[in-house]
Write a new protein. Structure first.
Length: 95
């Protein structure tokens, strides 16, 4: 096939897939951020079940301090905070 390149076709399809994924990721990130900023976050955490939540920050892209300060401000019991901060991850990773 003169003048056609398989690489160009693959590159075009990959670009389209990446664009769709990027839009989906952005939408999910906005929704998660909106939920986490809600004043009733502690209630939502309890509804989901603190056994299903892991705490994480995007260091080095985002500083650790704001995330840990946010976690400290939540009105959860010490045991629930321990689960979210490290207990659930240890259980999940069998550590």
């Amino acid at each position: 096939m003169a003048g056609h390149s398989k690489f160009k076709n693959i590159q075009f399809r990959k670009g389209a897939q990446d664009k769709k994924r990027s839009k989906l990721f952005s939408k999910l990130a906005r929704e998660i951020t909106r939920i986490l900023r809600a004043p009733d976050m502690a209630d939502r955490l309890v509804q989901m079940g603190v056994d299903r939540i892991l705490f994480a920050v995007d260091w080095p892209y985002v500083e650790n301090r704001p995330g840990t300060e946010w976690m400290e401000r939540l009105s959860l019991s010490r045991e629930d905070k321990e689960k979210i901060l490290n207990g659930n991850a240890k259980r999940l990773l069998k550590m």
